[in-house]
Design a protein around this ligand. Structure first.
Ligand SMILES: [Zn+2]
Length: 160
């Protein structure tokens, strides 16, 4: 496995709308494993392909709950409800944290690394992490949603 270089802001790739993944092969599986290694090494809870320099609709999330690693290929939001307001960070913005409001519960569909379609429901912090990564695939950065920045010394790390 390989630790990949995480792209940090500012970079055009981070503000690019990514293209769908159409080929589900061993290269994609290897990329997912490398992204997982990279996310763990960086102590993050999620990582999107543009953050490692690729403009494809692939993201991973692992908030260390019972779901373990969630691989999202071509994810789409089907429904959302409620709202939550909490602190977010991003591996592409080291030491930057802010308050972001997002839906509290989501229903998404996506493909797995084999190309099989699945639906998934999440709420709370897991929903937040998934929505943060899905935003990356549309070139949307959390800074566009921050209501208030928080000095990093006041926080535990919550990067995605
Ligand atoms: Zn991020």
């Amino acid at each position: 496995m390989t630790i990949l270089k995480i792209v940090e802001h500012p970079a055009a790739i981070l503000e690019t709308k990514c293209r769908p993944v159409t080929t589900f092969n061993s290269e994609l599986k290897r990329l997912v494993r490398d992204m997982q290694e990279t996310m763990i090494e960086a102590d993050g809870v999620g990582l999107a392909a543009p953050q490692i320099g690729m403009d494809i609709r692939l993201a991973i999330v692992d908030v260390e709950d019972e779901h373990g690693l969630i691989v999202l290929v071509n994810p789409e939001l089907i429904a959302s409800s409620g709202s939550q307001t909490d602190i977010e960070g991003c591996l592409s913005f080291p030491e930057l944290y802010g308050i972001v409001t997002r839906p509290n519960a989501i229903n998404i569909k996506a493909q797995n690394v084999k190309g099989q379609m699945f639906t998934f429901q999440a709420e709370g912090f897991l929903a937040r992490a998934i929505l943060h990564e899905m935003d990356h695939l549309d070139g949307i950065l959390f800074t566009s949603k921050v209501e208030k920045y928080i000095p990093s010394e006041e926080l535990e790390r919550v990067d995605s």
